[in-house]
Each structure stands twice: as structure tokens, then as C-alpha cells.
Design a protein. Structure first.
Length: 381
């Protein structure tokens, strides 16, 4: 039974939305935690005032301080890691296991994080705790979308996922750890796709275009490794082609700053990247302009009743951080009501797809598809 949740980074861009949605759609108590006492207390007070309930408290928790982690985690049933603490993920995970607390993170899908968590899988199972990693919308949604398509098709052959990122970067605050995490993703970027039944590296210049409607038109998207899709290809034997493709940020960042950053992460030590980090964040804010929208689009095809059939599914929200938070809460709602097996899971692989997307619509995410009858069934789930 999950009655109390600690959100590490609960005063951040994603953490605050997670807290709001949990207070609106569940009965849990919350602890807003992080290194900044003032921000944690301010966020907790704002939430209590908004929802007219003293269900939210604040705590100072440094992810690098094991004693602080243990003291906080002994009070809760689940910890949500919504702060950029990948360098301390081993401490957070070990503390959660020792405290017998379930775990979910919204960290980027880095090999460093996944390797640290995989090392602890035997201890997770021994202590009976559920660890969900790669939470949010990407990673987090693509695998669930493909698994949803599999339930519609008799044989799913192709499932391509495209991501449109049009954030209002000007209104966002970035911690240094968040910036470092973004740069780390560029350093370990891998342009891979699954084609003809095998994964292949297609190089930096490979791209596909996806139609995101009248406002945005056909958008150039480049392939990006998502570890959850590796698991999908292992589970769906009929799937021959899949991949995740992400759009750029804006014309200036994409054409002038990003190439310098990609070169810098290859040739410069991390301590020499200061100027490029500042230039990257400056360019995001300077050239950020409406309309704003974050969207995932799946184009799938296969066999249905022995006939070739296609399916398109689109998930979107104007606020990218809301779109990150809502899938996390939808996953937690399932964790509260279903028996997840102890151990390590990808969010996109552990959720039950139909009820997951039904919950997303209830949480405020727009889900559309070109199969209205199927969508009606989802909404009634």
C-alpha cells in the first residue's frame, strides 16, 4: 500500500507537476525534498494552500548524503527521483532498497544509470521492492505505444515513434545538474534504428520527416537510442522495424550551437565545457518562440484479419514538463492497484497499455488516433 511519497526534486519543473497531479488524483501524502530548504518549504506551502490540505511537507535531502536519504526514506513507501542526480543514483537506489521503498525515476536513459540499477537487481528482488526507471514521456511512452499497437494488430510489423519538442525554454529554470544531464545525453547519443529485424547505427546525418499537422508541418527528426525499445523488439517477434526519432530545438540552436556542443563533448574535458553549456542554454531561451507543443506520434502498420492495416497515434500537451509528469503519475496509479513484480522495470514495459493511456487522458493529456472506435474503448477503460 502506497500512502506516502517522497519526490526528490519536488520543486523542479517536473517534480512540481508530479506533486500537483498526485494531490488531485490520489489520496497520498507527499514530501517535497531536495537540497534547497527554502524552495522545498515554499513549494510544500503553495501546494497545501492550493489544495486546502496539510498533506504536503518539506525535507532537506541531498542525494549524495546517505544518512539524509535513509532518514527521509524510512518515512515513505515510494521515492520519485525527479532531480538530475545520476552521479548519485547508486546511493539513492541502495538507500531505497535498504529502506524497503519502491522507486521511480524520470532521469534520462543513460547507460551509467541503467548499469548502476542493474547491479542492484538481486537486492531489489530480495527486499521485495519495485524499481521503475526511464519514467516520463521520452523515455517512458514509446514502448507503451508500441505495446498498445501490438494489442490492436494480429501481427505488428512496423512502429515508428517521432517526437516534437517545442518548449517555452524562456520560462524554465535550469539547475547545473540538469544542464550537465542534458550535455551527458549529447555525449552518449547513438543514432540507431531497428530495421529488417536488427539494430543498426545509421550515422549522424540520417533523418526522417514526420507530419505534425498544419502548424508545424513535416518536421525533420533524427534517430535516438531508447533502451526501452530494445526490450520491445525482444518481446514482439513480428516487429521488423522500429525506432525513436526526435526533432530539434530551434533553427539557431540546431544549426549553430548544437554542432559545437556535439564536437565539444567528443574532444573537450567536462570542466572545459562551461562556455558551450552557457551558449546552449542561451540559444534555447533566446530563440524559443510560440506556438509551444510537445508531442509523440506513432506510425504503425501490420496485419489485421489477414489484411494490411495502418494505425496512427498522437499524444501531446503544450507543456513538455506536464507531459513528463503525467505518465509518471499514471504509472504510479497502476502501481497502487496492480501487483508489479519486485525488480527493475522500464516504465514503458511494465504498465498495462490500455488503462495507462486511459488514465493519461483523465490526467489532462490529449491522446488521438485514426481509429475512433478503438479510442472510445480506451476512454471507457
Amino acid at each position: 500500500m502506497i500512502k506516502k511519497i517522497l519526490i526528490l526534486g519536488g520543486y523542479g519543473n517536473t517534480g512540481k507537476w508530479i506533486a500537483e497531479l498526485l494531490l488531485r488524483f490520489s489520496q497520498v501524502d507527499l514530501i517535497i525534498a531536495g537540497r534547497n530548504k527554502i524552495k522545498a518549504e515554499k513549494t510544500a506551502a503553495q501546494l497545501n494552500q492550493k489544495y486546502r490540505s496539510p498533506k504536503t511537507t518539506a525535507a532537506v535531502v541531498d542525494a549524495g548524503n546517505y544518512d539524509q536519504l535513509m532518514q527521509a526514506l524510512r518515512q515513505v513507501d515510494l521515492v520519485i527521483v525527479a532531480a538530475s542526480v545520476v552521479d548519485d543514483i547508486d546511493k539513492v537506489a541502495q538507500a531505497a532498497i535498504e529502506a524497503k521503498v519502491h522507486y521511480l525515476d524520470t532521469l534520462l536513459s543513460s547507460e551509467k544509470k541503467l548499469n548502476e540499477l542493474k547491479k542492484l537487481m538481486p537486492e531489489m528482488k530480495k527486499q521485495g521492492v519495485v524499481f521503475v526507471t526511464d519514467g516520463g514521456f521520452h523515455p517512458g511512452l514509446p514502448a507503451a505505444m508500441v505495446r498498445f499497437a501490438k494489442e490492436y494488430f494480429d501481427e505488428l510489423h512496423v512502429a515508428q515513434i517521432f517526437s516534437l519538442l517545442r518548449f517555452n525554454w524562456r520560462d524554465l529554470q535550469f539547475s547545473q545538474s540538469t544542464i550537465d544531464e542534458m550535455i551527458d545525453e549529447f555525449e552518449h547519443y547513438k543514432p540507431v534504428i531497428f530495421e529488417n529485424g536488427e539494430w543498426k547505427n545509421v550515422g549522424w546525418s540520417f533523418a526522417r520527416r514526420a507530419d505534425f499537422g498544419e502548424i508545424f508541418g513535416r518536421v525533420r527528426c533524427v534517430p535516438m537510442l531508447l533502451h526501452e525499445l530494445n526490450r520491445v523488439t525482444e518481446k514482439i517477434s513480428t516487429l521488423t522495424t522500429t525506432g525513436f526519432y526526435v526533432s530539434g530545438f530551434n533553427w539557431f540552436t540546431d544549426n549553430f550551437i548544437l554542432p559545437l556542443v556535439m564536437l565539444g563533448v567528443k574532444v573537450l574535458p567536462r570542466e572545459k565545457m562551461g562556455f558551450l553549456k552557457k551558449a546552449f542554454i542561451w540559444s534555447l531561451r533566446k530563440f524559443s518562440s510560440p506556438p509551444f507543443r510537445t508531442s509523440l506520434k506513432m506510425e504503425a502498420s501490420g496485419l489485421k484479419k489477414s489484411e494490411k492495416t495502418t494505425m496512427t497515434m498522437v499524444i501531446f500537451h503544450e507543456d513538455g514538463y506536464f507531459l513528463t509528469a503525467a505518465p509518471v503519475v499514471a504509472c504510479i496509479l497502476q502501481l497502487m492497484n496492480r501487483n508489479f513484480q519486485p525488480g527493475l522495470h522500464f516504465q514503458g514495459m511494465v504498465v498495462e497499455p490500455k488503462s495507462f493511456f486511459a488514465d493519461l487522458t483523465k490526467l489532462g493529456i490529449e491522446v488521438t488516433m485514426d481509429l475512433p472506435d478503438l479510442f472510445a474503448k480506451i476512454a471507457q477503460t
